[in-house]
Design a protein around this ligand. Structure first.
Ligand code: MRU
Length: 358
């Protein structure tokens, strides 16, 4: 499976080349494929906030490279570079609040910085750490894809229809995806009849990004309005809803793109299984439940306008961009460390005590 998945890899959104971070501008896809180059931590933070790069693991990877850019500038400035670098940690941490991968990656960079070996060259060591964060996410994607396919096959070993939300593919990760990685692998294994992709208002990650990634690989995909999901579950023999995550708490509650919670409620009602696919860098054991997760609220104009053109009535808009799905609505959380079925605090703790595979 691993080789077949690697051979199928087509899209990538993050490249570190010659000391510069290159990001595929996800705001423009699929109409335009434009790469932007970044040379400072503040620019990378802005790219994260403005959604040039998005998706929990991709945000973490971009932040790690952003810190490398910050370090290079601080070293060149001279003086107390260590104190000055704190401003770069801060500006990157302030970019988006919900996806814990951002903070996980910054913590990992800080750990590396605090534990340099005597005589070790600072900049190459930190650059290598950011590359390792990127590479390990790619490896985690491969492992999760296999686990996810095994789980699908365990329940039904013939082609079936799945539903997904937001974009969890190559564009959202360092590899070819979490939930979408499982879906891709299931397609290579002949297990997919059709994928229903929620359009994912208001940023349209489903219609612009997921549909583009899947169609580009010949996976049968149909786009639907978010509000069509319950009807499709009732009428289209959907066996699984498969989604990613931005933060999973110690009890197995899952924050993910707004609309995920209502999918889980509807899936339970219709007897459709609900799978969450996320690397262990998305698990935040410091929070007991999802009630403690900060839910990002973005500006109302994202709901009220299309391409800067207002179409809505003159009212205030509420735009929370994530929600929390309670653990008891989830059939399985698939990570690179293993699969937790019917998650709860005890099973999550056992999972996190296992050794990291990558
Ligand atoms: O606002 P976004 O596009 O960053 O939100 C992305 C999601 O909610 C994804 O489902 C999640 O990050 C998992 S990506 C592998």
């Amino acid at each position: 499976m691993r080789e077949r998945l690697l051979a199928a890899e087509k899209v990538k959104a993050i490249e570190w080349r010659d000391g510069t971070l290159h990001l595929l501008d996800q705001r423009k896809l699929p109409i335009e494929e434009q790469w932007l180059a970044y040379g400072s931590a503040a620019e990378v933070a802005r790219a994260i906030r403005d959604m040039v790069v998005r998706g929990a693991p991709a945000i973490g990877i971009a932040a790690a490279y952003g810190l490398v850019l910050g370090l290079r500038a601080r070293l060149a400035e001279g003086g107390d570079w260590r104190a000055a670098l704190e401003a770069d940690f801060e500006v990157l941490a302030d970019s988006r609040p919900t996806a814990v991968n951002l903070f996980w990656a910054l913590n990992r960079m800080r750990e590396r910085l605090d534990h340099l070996k005597p005589g070790e060259d600072l900049y190459p060591a930190m650059e290598a750490e950011a590359v390792a964060i990127h590479d390990s996410d790619r490896e985690a994607n491969l492992t999760m894809a296999q686990f996810g396919v095994d789980l699908i096959r365990k329940h039904m070993a013939r082609p079936q229809s799945l539903l997904t939300h937001c974009n969890t593919g190559a564009l959202a990760t360092g590899g070819f995806g979490t939930a979408l990685g499982v879906i891709r692998a299931a397609h290579l294994d002949g297990l997919i009849e059709r994928v229903y992709a929620d359009e994912t208002r208001p940023w349209l990650q489903g219609s612009r990004l997921t549909a583009w990634e899947l169609a580009g690989e010949g996976v049968p995909v149909s786009l639907n309005a978010d509000s069509a999901a319950a009807h499709l579950m009732k009428t289209r023999s959907i066996t699984w809803v498969i989604v990613g995550a931005d933060r999973i708490t110690a009890n197995g509650d899952v924050a993910n793109k707004i609309g995920t919670y209502q999918l889980a409620v509807n899936a339970m009602h219709h007897g459709v299984r609900f799978m969450v696919v996320a690397p262990s860098s998305t698990i935040d054991m410091s929070l007991e439940t999802g009630d403690e997760i900060i839910i990002e609220e973005r500006p109302g104009h994202e709901l009220l306008e299309v391409h800067g053109q207002r179409f809505a009535a003159e009212v205030e808009a509420i735009n929370p961009v994530f929600d929390v799905t309670p653990a008891d609505l989830i059939d399985a959380i698939v990570t690179e460390k293993g699969v937790v079925e019917r998650p709860d605090a005890k099973k999550m703790a056992e999972l996190m005590n296992r050794k990291r595979l990558h």
